[in-house]
Structures are given as C-alpha cells and as structure tokens.
Design a protein around this ligand. Structure first.
Ligand SMILES: Nc1ncnc2c1ncn2[C@@H]1O[C@H](COP(=O)(O)OP(=O)(O)OP(=O)(O)O)[C@@H](O)[C@H]1O
Ligand SMILES: [Mg+2]
Length: 330
C-alpha cells in the first residue's frame, strides 16, 4: 500500500495536495493557513483562500503533540463515519461541522470551518458556570443523538475498536498502575500521596475492570465517545459539537457519565448537574446507577491518569471527588 502523504503548512505543497483532491478549484490559491484551536491528537489546519476557508484534519500513526506515542492511523476515517451517520438527521447535522470531503488514502477530513470559536475548556477555570440555554443545547444534542441513531434505527456499525482500545488503556488501566510514568506531584503537590490509596485498592480495581470490559463490548446506541467540554465549541452561531473520533455503538451511560464527571470537575453547581441529568432523562432512557459508575471512573482517571485537564479545583476538592467516586464504585 502507498504510504500516506504527510500534510504540512507549506502552502505550495498543500495547494497541490488540495487541488489533487478537488478541494481547491483550478485558480484558487491559499492566502493563509492557521491552527484553528488547541488540539493534541491530530494535524488540524484552517485553510483560507480568497473566497472561503475550511478545516483539514489528518490522523497519523501517532499523537501529533507526542510523536513517540502511537495512535490508530485511520481514526479520521472513523470520525468521517460518524459524520456520515449523523448527516441524515437535520437537528444533529446542523450542530456539527459539515463533512465536505474525505481522503481515505491519507486519512484526511475536509470540514466546514465553524469560525474562530473556543472550546468550553474554560469551564474548568474558577467561577465559570454554564448558562441554562447552553446546558440545554449540550444535553439535548446528546439525547437526540442517542435516540435517533441506534440499533433500532440503523443497521450500520461503527466498532472503532482500535480507538476504544486506546481509550480503554487511558481510562481503565493507566490511572491505576503504580508506575505509569506520571509524577502526580508535578501536576499538583500532594496529589501523588492522595493517588496512592486508589492505586492500592484491589476492590476498586475489580470494579474498574468490570466497567472496562463493558466499555469494550458493543452496545446499541451511537455515542460521540468523547463528550466533554473540549468537544463543545462556542461559536458565533451557538454551540457546535466537534471531534467524534472516539465514537462507537455503546452504552449511553458511558457518554452521560463522562459528561457529568466533567461538570463536577469544572465545579458546576450541584443543581446544574442535576438539571443536566434531568434534561437528558426527559428525552432518553438511562440506567442512572450505571451512569454514576462511569462518571466515577472518569473522575478517577482524569485526576489520576495521563489525560490531565486544566482543572481549577484544589487538592482538597480533588480528594473529595476521588473519595466520592470510590464510594460510588465499591
Ligand atoms: N470545523 C472546525 N471549525 C472551526 N474550528 C475547528 C473545527 N474543527 C476543529 N476546530 C478547532 O481546532 C481544535 C482542535 O480540533 P479537534 O478537537 O477536532 O482536534 P484533535 O486533534 O482531535 O484534538 P484533541 O487532541 O483535543 O482530541 C478545536 O478545539 C477547535 O478549536
Ligand atoms: Mg480529538
């Protein structure tokens, strides 16, 4: 098989690549390229011509920010499959960038440019609270996704096994290893000591393993797979949902558990978190017990694992969240 072409910011090379794909027409020229926003996993670039702009996203055999870390090379194609599944559903499609093209050979997406938005990672900062209308949009989108695209409505599959395997290691394995190459005290002094007791808890690990196996088994509902503030974009046209590279058919409880965990780590008020859950359950069925268990895992893995977040909460609050998570699980 031909080796994938490695895209770069070199305008001449990029122009010829884009023309080869039919993504630029004959006389169209690149005026500027820019990084559209912070990302770790992929090579993402905004291309501006005199007439328009679009975003290209290439997945490579490694994590863009950490080239020594391997990652499934075809993940952009899994993301494309998600966009294709969603494209038949107006309400969902309108809240995501349109997929304008796919290069299967080089694992590149051509996506509608949603403009100069920021993702909702700012929520982790102190005193940033979601507005009701924003929360409503976020929870309604995900409930609509789950109720619209599932094994009752489509025969299509999206196992995305390789990305799930990668995520499984980060969620269910690494955070609980005694040595995982991460010095938690460097993230926050004192965190390492707090982490020890969770790394030594055999009963906890058994529970985590059961949920990990559940994450790896196929379910009936199409999930975005990474439904947290980093996938919610604040644009001039409202909230848009991006980056479904971890999507698969699984348990909606995993998806909502992850979302609730992030609302908690972003120190959103308790009544807002309850409202989020109610907004969802008013629209879609949910096993709340299972959802809370996945929520607990996401809290443990984000505080103790490798995929750290720019959290504003201090050691005491992190410790309280970890303790609450353990109580839910054991
Ligand atoms: N279609 C788009 N229109 C405008 N901006 C975009 C678009 N797609 C991505 N971005 C911007 O680029 C950033 C990175 O994109 P994305 O999250 O898809 O990449 P990623 O490499 O998968 O990131 P991560 O490592 O967080 O998973 C987004 O946070 C957003 O700011
Ligand atoms: Mg991503």
């Amino acid at each position: 098989m031909k080796k994938a072409e490695q895209l770069s910011t070199d305008k001449t090379v990029l122009e010829s690549y884009l023309k080869g794909q039919g993504w630029l027409h004959g006389t169209e020229m690149i005026i500027a390229v820019e990084i559209p926003g912070a990302g770790n996993m992929n090579f993402t670039l905004r291309v501006k011509t005199g007439e328009r702009s679009f975003v290209i996203k290439q997945s490579r055999a490694y994590v863009e920010k950490y080239p020594h870390v391997a990652a499934p090379i075809e993940r952009a194609l899994r993301e494309a499959e998600f966009y294709t599944l969603v494209s038949a559903h107006d309400v969902l499609r309108e809240q995501m960038p349109q997929l304008l093209g796919v290069d299967n050979d080089n694992h590149v997406l051509n996506l509608e440019d949603l403009g100069d938005g920021v993702d909702y990672s700012f929520l982790y900062q102190k005193d940033k609270i979601l507005e009701d209308v924003e929360l409503e949009k976020i929870m309604t989108f995900v409930a609509t996704l789950h109720t619209s695209i599932n094994s009752n409505t489509t025969e299509k599959k999206l196992p995305n096994k390789e990305m799930r395997k990668l995520n499984h290691e980060h969620i269910f394995i690494y955070p609980f290893l005694k040595e995982n190459g991460l010095d938690l005290d460097e993230i926050l002094p004192g965190l390492k000591g707090v982490g020890q007791e969770f790394k030594q808890d055999k009963i906890l690990h058994d529970k985590v393993q059961i949920l990990g196996n559940r994450y790896l088994s196929d379910g009936k509902t199409l999930l975005h797979g990474d439904y947290f503030p980093g996938s919610w974009l604040k644009t001039s046209d409202g909230i848009k949902i991006i980056d479904p590279e971890f999507s698969f058919f699984g348990d909606p409880e995993f998806e909502i558990g992850v979302t609730l965990a992030h609302l908690k780590m972003a120190a959103q008020p308790q009544d807002l978190i309850e409202k989020a859950l109610k907004m969802y359950t008013d629209l879609a069925p949910l096993n709340e017990g299972l959802c809370k268990q996945f929520m607990a895992i996401e809290i443990l893995r984000r505080i103790l694992g490798l995929a750290q977040l720019p959290l504003g909460i201090n050691l005491e609050v992190r410790k309280a969240l970890l303790t609450e998570a353990r109580e839910i699980l054991v």
